[in-house]
Design a protein around this ligand. Structure first.
Ligand SMILES: Cc1cc2nc3c(=O)[nH]c(=O)nc-3n(C[C@H](O)[C@H](O)[C@H](O)COP(=O)(O)OP(=O)(O)OC[C@H]3O[C@@H](n4cnc5c(N)ncnc54)[C@H](O)[C@@H]3O)c2cc1C
Length: 382
């Protein structure tokens, strides 16, 4: 595994960083307060091709490697986790279509998704099915050349602005995945507001009442909806969330260092109090470790190494916990100021907490990493 970034990686990261510093960081607190990302910001992201970084060039994307894609998520996540979430779900669905869709679906969906002209959200969770996706109850009934959907989906990131949804449901008891247009008759979209964190990610609940979907909108074979389509999307999303959490950790550490270096109490700067320095040292060490886990996952993904799946679990588990701790310490170091809207520390903490819940909760990562045939678990020690 080569941990040296190439000149191209460095150049891409500098480009992402510049965009985030100029166009995202100054506005992220307002996005959070207003609980929305303005359309012109989405359009700027689209114009820069950031919705298509992982989509192959032949479909209008950048066709970048997984390190570049990770760097994008770290940088956007540093500026605004809500925007990172919107980019992530677009990537999850594009990945599912690219991996499991037929050529006609590639041609129809990937170019507009790469250009950001068509935003597509990922709809798996339901009121009664979260960590246990096998419990999904949303039903698709085959009727002449189409499917009729009935049921509900909840917590759908970007649902307020998505043009379409990749919906996981069951037909004849078999899980499937269908691309459903926003304006499909029988689909009602209700915004979810007042969330703890990623407040600008424009979540929605979806209700399907005899919602008719053409048969050719099925992605992958019937029966593959969970085990293949949803699970590979979630693996992709988990990878993005891991890097996004590194971005939150980076932002929180920088804010902590800035504040501790300028605020004086008891005659010295906060950074010169040993207990504060311990928080900074722990934070910096954990941030570096989380980033290394993300690089490992990236390198193995690029190499097509199957260990990348479990590497991604580890990276997401560690990075999300790191981000929450770093943001918690950031609020602590800021004292009362950290609890106020004058500083972004409280937003980092609220957003970081969400990272421990999405794309598999912390408990699910803890159950999964040491799971499997025991000889395989031993392999992870090397
Ligand atoms: C901001 C946000 C955005 C989201 N975006 C999307 C989206 O775009 N699309 C989508 O489909 N979903 C989305 N979700 C839903 C998300 O995937 C679920 O919240 C997540 O899967 C957890 O499910 P749950 O909330 O129902 O919690 P539950 O599954 O009910 O879990 C509740 C608690 O029990 C624990 N738990 C559950 N099972 C076990 C077990 N076996 N052992 C030990 N502990 C267990 C969990 O770790 C958790 O602490 C989003 C959620 C949030 C908060």
């Amino acid at each position: 595994m080569d941990l040296q970034l190439t000149h191209q990686h460095e150049a891409d990261r500098a480009e992402f960083r510049d965009f985030v510093d100029r166009e995202i960081v100054p506005h992220a607190d307002r996005f959070d307060l207003e609980e929305r990302i303005p359309r012109d910001t989405i359009d700027h992201v689209a114009a820069r091709g950031y919705f298509g970084v992982s989509i192959p060039r032949e479909y209008g994307g950048r066709g970048s490697d997984m390190i570049t894609y990770g760097l994008l998520h770290e940088e956007i996540g540093r500026g605004c986790s809500s925007l990172r979430s919107i980019i992530t779900v677009q990537g999850m669905v594009a990945h599912a279509i690219g991996r499991w869709g037929v050529p006609a679906q590639h041609d129809a969906w990937l170019p507009p998704m790469a250009a950001g002209r068509r935003l597509v959200a990922f709809a798996l969770s339901e009121p009664e099915a979260g960590s246990d996706p096998q419990a999904i109850a949303c039903a698709a009934t085959r009727r002449r050349g189409e499917y009729v959907l009935n049921g509900r989906k909840k917590w759908i990131t970007g649902g307020q602005i998505a043009d379409a949804f990749l919906v996981i449901a069951r037909a004849e008891g078999k899980p499937g995945a269908w691309l459903v247009d926003r304006d499909a008759p029988g689909l009602t979209i209700s915004p979810i507001r007042g969330l703890l964190g990623v407040r600008a990610s424009m979540l929605s609940e979806l209700t399907f009442s005899d919602c008719r979907v053409p048969g050719e909108r099925l992605v992958g074979r019937l029966g593959f909806g969970l085990s293949h389509v949803a699970f590979s999307s979630l693996d992709h999303g988990r990878y993005c969330v891991a890097w996004g959490a590194v971005g939150i950790g980076q932002a929180a550490l920088r804010a902590s260092l800035d504040y501790a270096g300028t605020r004086r109490q008891h005659g010295v700067y906060l950074k010169d109090h040993q207990l504060i320095r311990r928080m900074l040292s722990d934070g910096l060490t954990n941030l570096a470790a989380a980033r290394l886990l993300c690089y490992q996952a990236a390198c193995r993904r690029d190499a097509g190494d199957p260990r990348a799946v479990i590497d991604t679990f580890m990276a997401k588990y560690f990075a999300s916990t790191m981000a929450r701790r770093a943001a918690d310490d950031c609020v602590q170091i800021h004292g009362a100021s950290g609890c106020s809207g004058d500083y972004p520390a409280q937003r980092y903490l609220r957003d970081a907490k969400i990272m421990e819940i999405i794309e598999g909760t912390t408990q699910l990562q803890q159950l999964t990493i040491a799971q499997g045939p025991y000889e395989d678990v031993y392999e992870k020690v090397h």
